[in-house]
Design a protein around this ligand. Structure first.
Ligand code: IMP
Ligand code: ZN
Length: 360
């Protein structure tokens, strides 16, 4: 019997490969994905119309290059600045389009953006107007045959929400399910709130056919047995961050085949993990069988596009192109929109010449 010929080594993963790789982004907060330049454009437009606008230039409020936002400074950035700037429908439309363009030009071919429905009483905008406006932008994007990325929406329940507010998010998600809302998320400051109050809201979301994803064990305060048992009892389809998780819960996640959304730069810059990239728990999850989706979380704040997250993962964990292919193909199993998009994505990966081509 002839000895099998050794396979040629695969080409290394470099920045050009990571950029042209067709990528799936499953954990990106819409408002947190708005770039500083885009916020600056919005500020210029508003300031021209309303010179009395009492907000400093975003390039001063969120200095370019600053990424060391931690759990104490990160959440107030939204409530005390970005939400005040993006406080009308034209800003929401403009920023949503910009976010879609930026993900697409980074090589993202599928995304489920998430956002917390927000009323803007000063401009007469309801939460429903907010959701409809974003869905209209996503629809126009998806309907344009020149676009290579398809985008869907997850609605977030903020941990600070009341039960009534959470139920309102589920009502909106259910109503707009046929229009592109594919799931419901639990997000917000992990130091706030008691997640048990949302049990019935998430049960209702699931009963309506929506998928659910939860920020899970993001900080030590949100990783108590009580909280993690509660969240797992909701039978989520995916979990975000998954940092402070002991073996008992890791085993459940693996047994139930729950997809994990891992955000390297966000966790390093915000000091949510001890150490640096090579210490990230991606190093552990990469050896599990669950779908692992590298994600950006808030690229507008942490400034690391998805292609760079793939590049970092490859550099720090010695991933080959074949390893990356396996992650990408497996992540397809955990998307929320079902078989049409799964089939499209699987064929993108089968047909992509970049796995082996010299130029990439
Ligand atoms: P929005 O929901 O589109 O307005 O995006 C910004 C919001 O996402 C913030 O106000 C937070 O509530 C939430 N968010 C962004 N990043 C994180 C995170 O890492 N953990 C929990 N919540 C987050
Ligand atoms: Zn997040």
């Amino acid at each position: 019997m002839a000895t099998p010929r050794p396979r040629p080594p695969t080409k290394p993963v470099d920045a050009a490969f990571a950029r042209s790789l067709p990528k799936i982004e499953l954990h990106a907060h819409l408002t947190g994905s708005i770039s500083r330049d885009c916020l600056h454009d919005i500020w210029i437009t508003k300031k021209a119309r309303h010179p009395e606008l009492d907000l400093v230039d975003p390039l001063i409020a969120i200095p370019p290059g600053k990424v060391d936002y931690d759990i104490k400074t990160f959440f107030p950035l939204f409530s005390s600045y970005i939400y005040k700037l993006c406080s009308d429908l034209p800003s929401i439309e403009y920023s949503t389009k910009a976010v879609l363009e930026e993900f697409q030009s980074d090589g993202v071919v599928y995304t489920e953006l998430r956002t917390t429905p927000r009323a803007m009483p000063e401009t007469g905008v309801t939460k429903q107007n907010y959701v409809e406006t974003i869905l209209n932008i996503l629809k126009a994007h998806n309907d344009n045959g020149a676009n290579t990325m398809r985008a869907f929406l997850i609605l977030s329940i903020d941990r600070r929400n009341s039960v009534a507010e959470a139920e309102e998010v589920v009502d909106l998600a259910t109503k707009y399910h046929p229009a592109g809302v594919c799931g419901v998320d639990l997000c917000g400051d992990p130091a706030k709130g008691d997640v048990r109050i949302f049990t019935s809201a998430f049960a209702r979301a699931k009963a309506a056919g929506l998928k659910i994803t939860l920020h899970f064990a993001e900080s030590e305060v949100s990783a108590t047995d009580l909280e993690l048992q509660t969240l797992l009892s909701w039978k989520p389809h995916r979990l975000g961050h998954v940092i402070h998780v002991k073996e008992e819960y890791r085993n459940i996640i693996e047994k139930e085949d729950i997809g994990v959304e891992l955000c390297l730069s966000c966790n390093v810059h915000a000091k949510m993990i001890t150490g640096t990239y090579s210490d990230h728990h991606f190093g552990m999850w990469r050896h599990s069988n669950v779908p692992v989706a590298l994600s950006t979380d808030d690229v507008g704040v942490f400034c690391s596009p998805l292609s760079h997250e793939y590049y970092l993962a490859a550099q720090h964990f010695g991933l080959s192109r074949n390893d990356i292919r396996a992650f990408c193909e497996r992540a397809v199993d955990s998307i929320f929109t079902g078989t049409v998009e799964q089939t499209r994505l699987k064929s993108i990966y089968v047909e992509w010449a970049g796995w082996t081509s010299e130029e990439r």
